[in-house]
Write a protein that binds this ligand. Structure first.
Ligand code: FES
Length: 141
């Protein structure tokens, strides 16, 4: 399995690891296939994501994609943040091995779950954002 230099860099030196105490939105998602879990914290001010942090119990690709995803989302408006798909994150990392693509979905789903949480807390509707699928406790596969 081949990892790009960028993936290795973000795996060895992940950015934005930790939590935000007064986060505007928090999203936790799990991957039913491997059991890995990802938690993302977003701080949002005036429709702009001013800070993002993550914690993961996951594989190296999950760490690298979350690191990159949190880097990409900082400074973006909510609508721009929605454009940060797992594809965009993978491109920013110069790709991932095919068997690791599902790991990058974890980062995207956690970002969306955190945005959803923010919308719920503030009683707003974020256009284009779907309710996250709760599969954290889904161990029946
Ligand atoms: Fe589970 Fe990568 S193997 S997220």
């Amino acid at each position: 399995m081949e990892y790009s230099e960028k993936v290795m860099d973000h795996f060895m030196n992940p950015r934005n690891v930790g939590e935000i105490e007064d986060a505007s939105g928090v999203g936790t998602v799990g991957n039913a296939k491997c059991g890995d879990i990802m938690k993302v914290y977003l701080k949002i001010e005036n429709d702009v994501v001013v800070d993002a942090k993550f914690k993961t119990f996951g594989c190296g690709a999950a760490v690298a994609t979350s690191s990159m995803a949190t880097e990409l989302i900082k400074g973006r408006t909510i609508q721009e943040a929605l454009q940060i798909t797992n594809k965009a994150v993978m491109e920013a990392l110069d790709g991932l091995p095919p068997v690791k693509v599902h790991c990058s979905c974890l980062a995207e789903e956690a970002l969306h779950a955190a945005l959803w949480d923010y919308a719920q807390k503030n009683n707003i509707v974020i256009e284009g954002l779907k309710e996250p699928v709760e599969d954290v406790h889904d161990t029946h596969h």
